[in-house]
Design a protein around this ligand. Structure first.
Ligand SMILES: [Zn+2]
Length: 361
């Protein structure tokens, strides 16, 4: 286990109705609101009118898995000389887009940002608009991390953006905002959080602190996700799952993800599998292989049994075939994962994982 110091600068406000306090973030600021048309309709337009808020720009055309093109369209609507803050309200894709468009230099051109991201630069030569993050799903953890993802839909590639200035200033984690989420989204985002927590445990960058955050997240999901599947309107259960997502976020904000996420990108790019499912179908396999030669003081065989049982109850397949990977494509899929940067963080024996996953055919 590494001795690295834990660091996370995000001011987190957590609890039912904390969202109402966001009005203080508008005082004296020129705000760009980044969101989706659906979120506006659901509650945001009403909220803005009720509190007489005056955002300078409202950008509501964020798409699922933001691309360079979609970000550029948002970017070109912003007057960078005027704006002082971005408030991003939405799921992981909205927060990713907000991070991408918060970056600028003297050229005010998104091409400069896009080129820097594609070349893997550290972005230190750029200026960043401060972000306030309001997650409307419980899973991404992006509200407490300093990175995001942009997809190149032409080159079929995933790009990471990463810089300490991308940590949001503040995060409002209000479980009430997740109350109307359908089960499908609730499930895939909660599984993303489960993946973040486990991924930060079987990780070279793990520390005592990150493992404590992670195991709390795992336990909260194992205790509350099945009950939530039967009672989607429970504020109490929504609160527990949001807390799990936040704990997972606090953990992987310091470790980054690992093997399950590395394997997921191929499924998202080539099979259109939602991120949360793509990065979690493999978790029971990975955990089994990890436990064969690791004792970390937090994860044990009981967790494996409970996770397997939860997957069975919620009808989540752990077979690559069910995500579009037939046996003749398995090698390509697995190799694509091993070439991802995220794989370097993994403590899991890859030869054994290859055997374990291919045995599921
Ligand atoms: Zn994820």
């Amino acid at each position: 286990m590494s001795e690295s110091k834990y660091y996370n600068p995000v001011k987190v406000l957590e609890g039912v109705d904390v969202f109402d306090r966001i009005i203080e973030d508008f005082v004296g600021e020129s705000v760009v609101l980044v969101t989706t048309a659906g979120t506006r309709k659901r509650f945001l337009d009403d909220f803005i009118i009720r509190h007489q808020l005056k955002p300078a720009f409202v950008l509501d055309d964020c798409i699922e898995n933001p691309t360079f093109d979609s970000c550029e369209k948002l970017y070109n609507q912003i007057d960078f000389d005027q704006v002082t803050k971005i408030i991003a309200i939405g799921g992981g894709s909205v927060l990713d887009a907000a991070k991408a468009i918060s970056i600028y230099d003297d050229s005010r051109s998104f091409t400069a940002v896009e080129n820097a991201i594609k070349q893997g630069e550290d972005l230190n030569g750029f200026t960043f608009i401060p972000i306030v993050a309001v997650p409307t799903t419980a899973g991404t953890g992006s509200e407490v991390t300093c990175w995001g993802t942009v997809w190149d839909d032409i080159g079929l590639k995933k790009y990471s953006i990463s810089n300490p200035s991308l940590y949001p200033q503040k995060a409002y984690c209000d479980p009430k905002l997740t109350l109307s989420l359908p089960w499908e989204t609730t499930l895939s985002t909660a599984l993303d959080a489960l993946s973040h927590s486990l991924e930060s445990i079987w990780n070279h960058n793990a520390s005592e602190t990150t493992r404590q955050y992670a195991i709390q997240a795992v336990d909260l999901i194992l205790e509350n996700l099945i009950p939530l599947s039967k009672k989607l309107d429970s504020v109490e259960l929504r609160t527990k799952i949001m807390s799990a997502a936040l704990n997972a976020g606090m953990s992987f904000s310091n470790t980054k993800t690992s093997v399950a996420h590395a394997l997921s990108y191929y499924l998202t790019l080539h099979k259109n599998i939602p991120h949360g499912m793509a990065c979690s179908f493999s978790l029971p396999h990975i955990l089994k292989v990890y436990l064969e030669d690791h004792t970390d003081g937090v994860l044990n065989d009981d967790h494996l049994l409970r996770i397997q049982s939860m997957y069975a109850s919620l009808d989540i397949s752990t077979s690559p075939t069910d995500y579009g990977i037939e046996l003749n494509e398995f090698e390509t899929f697995f190799n694509a994962g091993t070439q991802s940067d995220r794989m370097k963080n993994s403590l899991v024996n890859l030869d054994r994982l290859y055997e374990e996953l291919s045995a599921s055919y």
